[in-house]
Ligand binder design. Structure first.
Ligand SMILES: Cc1cc2nc3c(=O)[nH]c(=O)nc-3n(C[C@H](O)[C@H](O)[C@H](O)COP(=O)(O)O)c2cc1C
Length: 180
């Protein structure tokens, strides 16, 4: 089978200089042949989820999110932990995915970029929420890759070769379980 696997990359941080966003920018740089990673950058544009607004015509930013998920073969999340949970803005994004159904049965995974042993509660919560959306969690691609901020270069990319190799492996593993 030939072809390209499209992986949508979703950061859970809005912060300029975000470590989680740097992981996903690095994923763009290290993606193996046959994998087409696409950055989702609309997190900050989404309105607060309200079921009353989950009707046609959808808010344009929500329609764009759902279209991006629909056109991807898989989704990779990289999300910080805030106060023992998922960042509110990111949970808001996940809430918008429930009604659309585009993420249903979609292969999904995450990279926990926090220091070893940290961010665990956020990722347990992410597993729970993704379970409710009916997405297919690819456990082999859900990994902890601690990232030292000092290894993020001026171009926003992670320079550590071991980290870069681990990110590339996640893309390969997730892609391998995403067949159209
Ligand atoms: C409001 C707030 C709450 C945080 N709570 C936690 C936490 O509960 N557990 C944790 O491991 N880190 C926590 N952190 C640290 C962030 O997860 C860490 O700074 C991370 O690098 C932020 O991701 P980013 O660099 O992609 O923005 C918190 C940071 C902020 C700003």
């Amino acid at each position: 089978v030939t072809g390209t696997t499209t992986i949508l990359l979703v950061s859970g941080s809005l912060r300029h200089g975000s470590v989680n966003s740097a992981v996903l920018q690095t994923a763009l740089a290290v993606a193996p042949d046959g994998i087409d990673p696409v950055i989702y950058d609309g997190l900050g544009d989404l309105p607060h989820f309200n079921p009353d607004d989950d009707v046609d015509p959808l808010p344009p930013s929500v329609a764009a999110l759902r279209a991006a998920i629909a056109s991807a073969d898989a989704v990779l999340f990289c999300v910080p932990e805030y106060a023992g949970a998922l960042p509110g803005s990111f949970k808001n994004l996940l809430d918008w995915t429930v009604g659309g159904g585009e993420i249903y049965e979609k292969p999904v995974a995450w990279i926990n970029a926090a220091a070893a042993g940290r961010g665990v509660l956020a990722h347990e919560s992410l597993r729970t929420v993704l379970g409710y959306t009916g997405s297919r969690i690819v456990d082999d691609a859900c990994v902890s890759i601690p990232v030292d901020r000092a290894t993020i270069g001026g171009d926003g990319l992670i320079t550590d070769t071991d980290v870069r190799a681990k990110i590339a492996k996640v893309l390969t593993t997730l892609s391998g379980s995403a067949t159209r």
